[in-house]
Ligand binder design. Structure first.
Ligand SMILES: [Zn+2]
Length: 155
């Protein structure tokens, strides 16, 4: 008689997540709401770009000709290397993609799913040689592999 609630909800959520990732254009109604919201908030008067916007602005200023241009390569605080690939479907909000994922993608000849995890076999997170990389189809599989590795070491 009725559509199962959970099924319907999760489908909508997936679509929302997809749109958020793509950075879908904000529709007119949402823009108007945002405008009204910022007008109502005295702290928002004038230009107060968010942290992300500021970073984007400084990146835009750097560019290939800017003084701080590092060739579009970024070392994250977690020890990973990211490359600037603004046109990549899974780039983050600043246009960067993890290098180990890019290496795996060119090896496989396809884009990785957001659910797939690329593991560093020797544990060195910036050793992105293909022979050091291993693909897991879910975060769970990846976590299980780490558990097994830990078990081996302690035995
Ligand atoms: Zn791992």
């Amino acid at each position: 008689m009725s559509i199962p609630k959970g099924f319907h909800h999760s489908k909508t959520a997936i679509e929302k997540m997809r749109l958020a990732k793509i950075g879908h254009a904000v529709n007119v109604e949402t823009r108007e709401k945002l405008r009204l919201a910022s007008m109502g908030n005295k702290n928002m008067l004038g230009h107060h770009p968010t942290e992300v916007t500021r970073k984007k602005m400084s990146l835009a200023k750097q560019g290939p000709k800017g003084p701080n241009w590092k060739g579009g390569i970024n070392h994250t605080h977690l020890g990973y290397i990211e490359r600037l690939c603004p046109n990549h479907p899974n780039a983050n909000s600043l246009g960067y993609v993890s290098e180990h994922r890019l290496v795996m993608e060119s090896h496989l000849g396809r884009t990785l799913l957001p659910t797939e995890v690329v593991h560093h076999i020797n544990g060195i997170r910036d050793d992105n040689r293909i022979e050091n990389l291993m693909l897991f189809s879910t975060r769970g599989d990846h976590a299980f592999h780490h558990m097994k590795q830990r078990g081996k070491i302690s035995q």
